[in-house]
Write a protein that binds this ligand. Structure first.
Ligand SMILES: Cc1cc2nc3c(=O)[nH]c(=O)nc-3n(C[C@H](O)[C@H](O)[C@H](O)COP(=O)(O)OP(=O)(O)OC[C@H]3O[C@@H](n4cnc5c(N)ncnc54)[C@H](O)[C@@H]3O)c2cc1C
Length: 638
C-alpha cells in the first residue's frame, strides 16, 4: 500500500512538473472555478473574422469534392482497407498540411478553420478524419510547430504538408493514461551524438504507415533538489531508421479504415538533432500537444451530433405510430428536444474553444478538456438517442436498409466509429482529473505547501500561512456577496437573462463549496474522485450554459426574428440547472463510501457466487491466426 502511494505520488509529481503555467490570455473556466464569472471573456461571442471565414468556406468546398469523388466510407468500413488513392487525393488537396504554416508549404489554417474541416470530414467518414487528425493534431507537425528548431521545421514540415504521414507514439502495452510510467528508453551514446531507442508503443494511429513519428521515451533521470526526477524526452523517428518494426496491425469495433498498430523500436539510432525541445521536456511537450490537439475530436463529435439531429428530424415526422408522427409522442418529443439543445451546446462550446485557441498563448487547457469531455460524451448519447427513436431500423446496417429502399442512415457505423472518442487522446475520466486539477489550482498552490512542505523548501511554514490567510481573508467573503455585475445583453429573453444571473451566483457557490470540502478533507481531497467529479460536472455545465447564452445572443444580434437560439439556450440551461442542483446535493448527501466498499469486494472476488449460468471461457478454438485482420495494404503517400 505504501509502495502504491509512493508510486502514485511519483507519477503525479512528474505530471505536475509537466504542466504549462505561463499564459497571456486567462482561462474563462479557471476563473469560474475561482468564483469569478468573467462574462467579458466570452461575450460578445467571438465571430470568425470574415477573411478567415472566406478561406475556410473555400477550403471546405474543395474538401467536399475530394470526399465525394475519392472517399467511400461504406467500402472502407466493409473492407477494412483504406485506399491509397483516397490518401493521395487528400494530400493533393492539402489535407495533411492544414495546420502547417504556409512558409513550410502548408495551408496555415486557423484552429477554427481546421476544426471546421475536421467537422466536415468527420460527418462523412470517421476513419478519414482520424488519419488526418492523428497526423497533424497530435502527430509530428504540432509539437514541431510549438517546440521544434528552425532546422527541424525546415526539414520535416514541407514533407509532412505534402502528404508524408506522421504519428504520435506515447501509449505502451503497460501504460496508457499514466504515460509517466513508460518503459521505452532512449540511452544517450557516450559522445552524446545519438540515442538508442528501445521499447514498444501500442495503438499508434497512422503508425504502421507513418513516414515520421514523434516518440516519447525515458532518458536518464536527473537529480533536482536532492530528488531523482524521471526524464521523458520527445524524439523524431523516421520509418527508415534500422530497428523500427511494425509488430501488429490492430483492428477495432469501428474505424475500420484506421491504420493503427503495435510498433517496436530495437536499438534505433536517433541523432541528437531529432530531440524535440530539450531532453526531459517530453511529457510537457506531449501534454501541450494534446491540449490543442484534442480540440479536433470535439469538432468531429459535434458533426455526428448534427447528423443525428438531421436524421431524427426527418424520421420523427415520417414515422407514424398510433395515428401520429412519433415526434408527437411526449417520450420521443423529450428526446429530440434535448438532442437539439445539446447539439446547440456542443456547437457553442467547440467554436468558442477554437476562438480561444486562435488567440496567442491563451490558456485553453480547461476549455479543450471540457470540449473533448462534453462533446464526445454528448455525441455518443445523441447517436444512441437517434438509434432509439429509429426503432429497429437504428440497429440495422446502412447497406441492409438500402436493399429494401429505406434511407441508408449509417447510425450503426457511426456508433461503432465514435465510441473510441471517449477513450483516446485522454479518456473522459482523465479529462475529469485534468479539469479537477486546474479547478483546485488556486487552493493547491496556497494550501498544499503548508500541508506537505516540499523537500528543500525555502519559505517557512509561518510565512506560507500568512500568505494564504491574506488571500483567503479577502477572497472568501467575496464568495458570499453578490458580484454586482451587470450583463450587457440586449437580445436575450428575461428567462435567459435569469440563467446568466444564475451562472454568476452559482460559480461563487461552487468556489466556496470546493473551499469548504478542501478545508474538511485537506490532503485526502485529491483522492475523492467522485466528489471532485461532482464539482467538475458543475463547472462544465456552468461553462456550457455561459457558452450557450453568449452564442444565442450572437445569433439574435444578427437576426432577432429567429427565436431558435433563444429556445435552445433556454432548454439547455434548464436541464443544466437540474444537473447542477443534483451535483451540489451529492456533495453533501452521497453514498460514495458504498461505491468504494462494493468495488473493493468485487476486486477481492467476493461476488463470484453471482456468476452462474454463463459460459466461462473463450469459445473453443480461439487462437491467434484464426482472426487475422484484413491486410490494410496502406502505404504512405509519396
Ligand atoms: C483506436 C485507438 C487509437 C489510439 N491512438 C493513439 C495514438 O495515436 N497514440 C497514442 O500514443 N495512443 C493512442 N491510443 C491510446 C489511447 O490514448 C489510450 O487507449 C488511452 O489513453 C487510455 O489508455 P489505456 O487504454 O491504456 O487505458 P488505461 O489507462 O489502462 O485506463 C483504463 C480505464 O481506467 C481509467 N483510468 C485510468 N487512470 C485513471 C485514474 N487515475 N483515475 C480514474 N480513472 C482512471 C481510464 O479512464 C479507463 O477507463 C489509441 C487507442 C485507440 C483505442
Amino acid at each position: 500500500m505504501e509502495n502504491d502511494n509512493k508510486a502514485k505520488q511519483k507519477a503525479m509529481d512528474l505530471a505536475e512538473d509537466a504542466r504549462q503555467t505561463e499564459w497571456k490570455f486567462p482561462s474563462f473556466t479557471a476563473e469560474l472555478f475561482r468564483g469569478a464569472f468573467r462574462w467579458d471573456l466570452m461575450h460578445p461571442y467571438p465571430v470568425q473574422d470574415p477573411e478567415d471565414k472566406k478561406i475556410g468556406d473555400e477550403y471546405l468546398d474543395k474538401l467536399r469534392g475530394v470526399l465525394k469523388n475519392h472517399c467511400d466510407p461504406i467500402k472502407i468500413d466493409k473492407t477494412g482497407v483504406y485506399p491509397k488513392e483516397t490518401l493521395r487525393a487528400l494530400a493533393e488537396a492539402g489535407a495533411f498540411g492544414m495546420k502547417i504554416p504556409k512558409e513550410y508549404g502548408g495551408l496555415g489554417l486557423s484552429q477554427t478553420n481546421y476544426s471546421r474541416a475536421l467537422s466536415l470530414i468527420g460527418s462523412y467518414c470517421q476513419s478519414t478524419v482520424t488519419w488526418v487528425s492523428a497526423h497533424q493534431s497530435i502527430g509530428v507537425p504540432q509539437p514541431l510547430k510549438m517546440y521544434g528548431t528552425k532546422e527541424q521545421k525546415q526539414k520535416y514540415l514541407p514533407r509532412l504538408a505534402k502528404g508524408d504521414i506522421s504519428a504520435f507514439a506515447l501509449t505502451e502495452p503497460d501504460v496508457g493514461s499514466d504515460p509517466a510510467k513508460m518503459s521505452t528508453t532512449a540511452t544517450p551514446s557516450e559522445d552524446g551524438s545519438y540515442y538508442l531507442l528501445n521499447g514498444d508503443k501500442l495503438w499508434c494511429t497512422n503508425g504502421p504507415d507513418a513516414d515520421v513519428l514523434v516518440v516519447m521515451a525515458k532518458t536518464p533521470p536527473v537529480v533536482v533538489n536532492g530528488k531523482e526526477r524521471t526524464q521523458i524526452t520527445a524524439f523524431i523517428v523516421e520509418k527508415e531508421m534500422p530497428g523500427f518494426e511494425i509488430v501488429q496491425r490492430c483492428s477495432f469495433m469501428g474505424l475500420k479504415g484506421l491504420s493503427n498498430g503495435l510498433l517496436r523500436f530495437t536499438n534505433v539510432r536517433v541523432p541528437k538533432e531529432n530531440v524535440i525541445g530539450k531532453p526531459g521536456e517530453g511529457l510537457r511537450i506531449a501534454l501541450a500537444t494534446l491540449n490543442t490537439g484534442r480540440l479536433g475530436i470535439p469538432a468531429a463529435s459535434t458533426a455526428c451530433g448534427k447528423l443525428s439531429l438531421q436524421y431524427a428530424e426527418k424520421w420523427v415526422n415520417e414515422r407514424v405510430q398510433w395515428g401520429v408522427p412519433i415526434g408527437k409522442h411526449q417520450a420521443i418529443a423529450k428526446k429530440i428536444a434535448n438532442m437539439a439543445a445539446d447539439t446547440f451546446a456542443m456547437d457553442a462550446i467547440v467554436w468558442i474553444a477554437c476562438a480561444f485557441a486562435d488567440k496567442e498563448n491563451a490558456d485553453i487547457r480547461l476549455e479543450a478538456a471540457i470540449a473533448k469531455y462534453f462533446c464526445t460524451e454528448t455525441a455518443w448519447r445523441l447517436l444512441d438517442d437517434y438509434l432509439q427513436v429509429s426503432g429497429g431500423r437504428g440497429y440495422e446496417t446502412a447497406e441492409s436498409l438500402a436493399i429494401r429502399g429505406d434511407d441508408p442512415v449509417p447510425v450503426e457505423r457511426m456508433l461503432r466509429d465514435s465510441r473510441v472518442a471517449r477513450i483516446f487522446e485522454g479518456s473522459s475520466e482523465i479529462m475529469h482529473l485534468i479539469i479537477a486539477r486546474e479547478a483546485l489550482d488556486t487552493h493547491f498552490k496556497l494550501v498544499m505547501p503548508i500541508m506537505m512542505p516540499p523537500k528543500g523548501a525555502k519559505e517557512s511554514k509561518f510565512s506560507l500561512i500568512k500568505k494564504a490567510a491574506a488571500f483567503y481573508l479577502t477572497w472568501y467573503p467575496k464568495q458570499w456577496l453578490p458580484s454586482g455585475q451587470s450583463f450587457n445583453v440586449k437580445h436575450l429573453s428575461t428567462t435567459n437573462q435569469d440563467h446568466l444571473a444564475y451562472v454568476d451566483r452559482t460559480c461563487r457557490k461552487m468556489a466556496r463549496t470546493i473551499f469548504h470540502q478542501m478545508a474538511k478533507l485537506q490532503k485526502k481531497m485529491e483522492y475523492e474522485q467522485i466528489l471532485l467529479g461532482n464539482f467538475v460536472d458543475i463547472g462544465v455545465d456552468l461553462f456550457a450554459m455561459s457558452a450557450c447564452l453568449a452564442y444565442a445572443e450572437s445569433f439574435l444580434a444578427k437576426d432577432s426574428a429567429n427565436q431558435g437560439p433563444q429556445e435552445l439556450a433556454d432548454l439547455f440551461c434548464k436541464n443544466a440547472r437540474v444537473r447542477i442542483g443534483e451535483n451540489f446535493r451529492r456533495v453533501k448527501d452521497n453514498h460514495n463510501k458504498t461505491f468504494n466498499k462494493v468495488a473493493k469486494s468485487l476486486m477481492e472476488g467476493k461476488y463470484r457466487w453471482l456468476l452462474t449460468d454463463i459460459y466461462q471461457d473463450f469459445p473453443e478454438g480461439y487462437a491467434p491466426g484464426d482472426y487475422v485482420p484484413a491486410d490494410h495494404e496502406n502505404a504512405a503517400v509519396k
